[in-house]
Write a protein that binds this ligand. Structure first.
Ligand code: SF4
Ligand SMILES: [Zn+2]
Length: 395
């Protein structure tokens, strides 16, 4: 059984009370996994600046996010998918990679140009993936075109990115920033780092990019949504759009963490999208609504009528209001239309979701003019009336 405990690295970070609750919630999960098997692997297609490409998405089974073991983020249940003990040896990790390569060889006609690696934590944290494993994985995929790696910002540095760009791989680091507002990130999400750490990670990506890498391919283009279905810990499941240049950052934002009202969450996302894309090196924002995952504080709140995921109207409003910002903004509401995912009234959810997916592909806010529903009036009332002391106003 997994027994989350804080270690020296985590001490003094985040909020003690949040961490204590999250450790208790996570300890209810009893399940262990084979360190020689990846959590998940699948083939898909993604739109990249070079056009649509076959992609191989890998969820590596590592020791799990070290922050989650300390307690961790209020909405994140992904540690439950990780192996016990906190580390996976090099040989076992490479066995996992081999399973993924075998899967690809069985299912695809040729190797996928785009590789995406998630770990339910941080690929660049050497406790999860050692330098030896990272370099071996870089070499394994060195002949591909592009790679996306998931990491918290404090583990991002130019040398680690350089392990990949040296092979000519376009390298994107996906960072679960959640919000550009430090107070919201700390008090509502219980994430320990500040926006400055994100800016520093972007600077590292820019330095890696300038150090040679794969060179620039021109401006960022509007990309398309892939379909990463419910995995990736640090960044969750998102629409996928790819960068140009040797190295870059994709910020993953969380819409409506617990303790924010609908209107506070909406304003926080608009400001966050703008602040992220103003940072040099950050070319894409994936803004995703919070969903209710098992074994989380959000789940406990939800059961006590203390949390409602955001309205899809709010997601659309953020995309519409930030459409002019330079950069790519996408969203992929997981579990849309269900009680545990972003939802409207039940009648219009699929239509609004479709408009959001269209926006991901085309970055054209006029897609939202095509959808309307009577429940918009309810949503507007919620924006006006919901307060921190009587939320949620509706279910
Ligand atoms: S959201 Fe990321 S940092 Fe937070 S506990 Fe989950 S994997 Fe760790
Ligand atoms: Zn509706």
């Amino acid at each position: 059984m997994s027994q989350p405990t804080p270690e020296v690295y985590e001490q003094g970070k985040g909020m003690d009370a949040h961490n204590q609750v999250m450790r208790e919630v996570r300890s209810r999960k009893e399940k262990s996994y084979d360190p020689h098997e990846p959590t998940r692997v699948w083939l898909d297609e993604d739109n990249t600046p070079n056009g649509v490409r076959e992609s191989l998405t890998i969820i590596l089974n590592t020791g799990g996010c070290r922050w989650a073991r300390a307690g961790g983020c209020t909405m994140c249940g992904y540690v439950a998918e990780s192996v016990d003990g906190g580390t996976v040896p090099h040989e076992a990790l490479m066995d996992q990679i081999q399973v993924c390569l075998d899967h690809e060889a069985d299912e695809a006609d040729e190797p996928a140009p785009l590789i995406k690696i998630y770990t339910s934590g941080s690929f660049l944290d050497e406790r999860e993936v050692s330098a030896e494993s990272r370099k071996a994985i870089a070499e394994t995929f060195g002949d591909r075109e592009r790679i996306v790696l998931e990491s918290l910002p404090d583990f991002v540095d130019r040398e680690k990115i350089g392990d990949f760009t040296q092979y000519g791989l376009q390298t994107d680091v996906a960072i679960g920033l959640e919000t550009a507002t430090d107070r919201v990130r700390r008090d509502c999400v219980n994430k320990y780092f500040d926006f400055e750490a994100f800016e520093a990670a972007c600077a590292e990506a820019v330095a890696a990019d300038e150090a040679g890498g794969a060179g620039s391919e021109g401006d960022v283009e509007s990309g398309a949504a892939g379909s990463e279905a419910g995995s990736g810990g640090e960044t969750g499941s998102t629409g996928e759009t790819d960068s140009t240049g040797g190295a870059g950052i994709k910020a993953y934002l969380l819409m409506k963490p617990p303790f924010l009202t609908e209107s506070e969450a909406l304003e926080d996302m608009v400001a966050s999208v703008e602040r992220c894309l103003a940072v040099d090196g950050c070319h894409t924002v994936s803004m995703n609504p919070c969903n209710v995952q098992r074994y989380t504080m959000v789940d406990d709140l939800y059961f006590q009528d203390g949390y409602r995921p955001p309205w899809l109207w709010s997601v659309a409003a953020v995309l519409e209001r930030t459409a002019d910002v330079a950069g790519i903004v996408v969203s992929d509401p997981v579990g849309h239309g269900t009680d545990r995912g972003a939802h409207n009234c039940g009648e219009c959810d699929d239509l609004v979701q479709k408009a959001i997916k269209d926006f991901d592909l085309r970055q054209d806010p006029s897609v939202f003019e095509q959808v309307s529903c009577e429940c918009e009036a309810t949503w507007e009332a919620v924006l006006d009336l919901e307060t921190g002391f009587n939320q949620p106003l509706t279910r």
